[in-house]
Design a protein around this ligand. Structure first.
Ligand code: XBP
Ligand code: MG
Length: 260
């Protein structure tokens, strides 16, 4: 029987609500600074989020755009906009404009203390992950994670399982001894195709997806004074009332249910 050995976390949307008031705002500022009249409102950005990766998102938008302005050297333009967006996003983090979702810091700390191995599997750029972890979790937070796999290590973005497979390989772990935490359909597909049972914490952008294959779908990880809400997933009916927020005990129980 596989014991629970490791937790693998997505970043954007899972550790923090980074998209609507973070990346989106930074993209718009980068567009304006470059003299472009592109503007991604909250609704449009929700559509664009179906494309993983900031550069890929801009290429996709550009392909659809009915623009008269002739863009020469699109690759250089997008690379420049992406770098500018990431700088602006880092600044927003330094200004304390983005915080962790409920239960994230508490669960990560408890997991470390109890000897569970923790890792990150994200399609975002490494620079963004570092800024988020150091600004919101702990100045030494990078050392909390055994592996931080990002777009730099694994360019093949979710829903490809590549980033999860990379983490499993690097940590020499069997998929069944891990649990993944995600917030989106693309993320669920990636983790599941790698064979990892997955917990979904929904947010405003992702709440209407199909998560029927997830182990559990919740509002968030919860806090002792702020219980989570269970919204679905394969284990939903089997969770007893004693669990109100994610703890290592609860994760061991969930993991056991996932294997049965
Ligand atoms: C995150 C993304 C990223 C971010 C922006 O997906 O799709 O593209 O929106 O970051 P996930 P970059 O939560 O599955 O990791 O601009 O660095 O790509
Ligand atoms: Mg995500």
């Amino acid at each position: 029987m596989n014991k629970l050995k490791a937790l693998i976390f997505d970043v954007d949307g899972t550790l923090a609500d980074t998209e609507r008031d973070g990346h989106r705002v930074a993209f718009n500022q980068a567009f304006a600074d470059a003299g472009l009249d592109w503007s991604w409102d909250v609704g449009l950005y929700g559509e664009l989020l179906k494309i993983s990766g900031g550069k890929e998102r801009m290429y996709h938008y550009l392909a659809d755009l009915d623009h008269d302005q002739k863009l020469n050297d699109t690759d250089a333009l997008i690379a420049g906009l992406h770098a500018a967006k990431n700088r602006l996003y880092s600044q927003m983090l330094q200004q304390g404009k983005i915080s962790l979702r409920p239960g994230v810091k508490r669960l990560l700390s408890e997991a470390r203390d109890s000897g569970l191995r923790i890792a990150i599997a994200t399609t975002t750029s490494r620079i963004n992950v570092i800024a988020l972890l150091e600004q919101t979790l702990d100045p030494m937070a990078l050392s909390w994670f055994e592996i931080i796999a990002t777009a730099e290590e694994v360019p093949d973005k979710k829903p490809s399982p590549a980033v999860y497979e990379y983490v499993l390989e690097a940590m020499q772990l069997d998929a069944k001894s891990c649990l993944a935490f995600e917030d989106s359909e693309n993320g669920l597909m990636a983790a599941q195709q790698a064979g990892i049972n997955t917990i979904i914490t929904l947010n405003d952008y992702t709440r209407n997806g199909d998560y029927s294959q997830a182990l559990l779908v919740v509002s968030d990880l919860g806090e002792p004074d702020q219980p989570f809400e269970i919204m679905g997933g394969q284990a939903a009916q089997l969770i007893t009332d004693q669990y109100k927020y994610f703890s290592v005990d609860f994760l061991r129980e969930l993991h056991r249910i996932g294997l049965s």
